[in-house]
Design a protein. Sequence first.
Length: 450
Amino acid sequence: MNIEKYRLIIERYLQILTIRYEIKREYLTLGIPVFIALMIVLMAIFTGHSFVTDETAAGDAVSDEDAARKAAYEALVAEMEAAEAAERGETVPAEEVEPEPEEEEPKDDLDHIMVFAILVAIIPYSIDSYFQKRLLAKREVAFSEFLYKLSELMRGGIDPVKGFINLSKTNLGAITDHARDAASSMVLGKSFDESMHRMSDSMKSRLIARYIDVVVQAAYTGGNVADLLFRTSEDMRSVIALQKEKEANLKQYIVIFYLAQGIIIMLTYILSTSLLPLIQGVGMEMLGGEGLSDIDFERGFFHMIILNALFGGLIIGQITEGEIKHGFKHSAVLITLSYIACVTLLLPAGAGGTYTINIISGDAQESFGGIPVQEPIVFNVTDMDGNPASNAFVKMSISPDGIITSSMTEEDGTVAVSPTPGSEEGTYIVTATVGESKGTATIIVKEIGD
């Protein structure tokens, strides 16, 4: 199979399509990926994926509390019936509990899907712009060397057109094909001016375009053109050197932005594991923040970090390379690293089945309103393999009201809490949350004197 033959055929048809329909490179590298990303998001929405909202979280909490209250009530009724039957000398047969149909869990991971969609949209364009910039830099260096060689030929008495045609037959590096196309147009009768500007348009470099104008003007005005081309070549090399020096000096800002993103992630991790548990626990009553424990700070931090990574990368491109489009590659890198850090630190594994939370002791104990329970409620947290989840952050909540403090698990995966239920009589639900896994315990509050 002649691979080179088919490669040339494909390139030829691509050139025909590009010329006929004026297809720009951005249509393929940016337009198509953005369309695919939009399709991914729309498909996710149509298949039931959504954001996590306070209403959704509150609805889940209410359903868990209702289920726990119902179970506690049914257990109490069954216990009373068994006691009455025992007094009469009867045996109460155990009731068969029909399993309730499993409800489909809500797919509240649309924010994760949108992160992947953003990466799908910007990665192809960022990779293409990176390689296009490298190719452009090579063309500018090769063109400065081309001007030097052309000046040397003209010193030998060769006119610019003939010298250009002779040089196009040699290897000119990144501009070889462009120079040969321009030389072919000169051979076919096109003017030196028209051929050079055609070469300028094909290379898409503003720096090369400026120096081509100088070359054309020098060729038509006459005089010592060879010396002028030599000085132009030296001047172009100086400009290229200054550009490289400028980019090298601005690279420190890239490091600063990357470090700043890392600092933001670490600060939010510290807030989520140290300060927020206090605010959402005892500190909530002290600060008058009723309902503060229902706010999903971790997911809010996650959104903030991803947005900061996206726009921070664009700012890097504008500052260091003068164009926002060159910042997409930094945005892609920052978003990827930030997402990995977030699902590792702020949203551990992001899945409800990652942990198992069981109640060890202290469940269904009786207490008085406004007084801490006598026996601590102890939960046991294990990972997917059944191993103790040590040093895992456990978010505690009590409803309908009361005071409770979130905490970290011990080395054996246990966490003990002594909540203070509200003053009203009834059943209170203590919920332990790790990631998106939950475990519940009940407290039965009696009136003083019962």
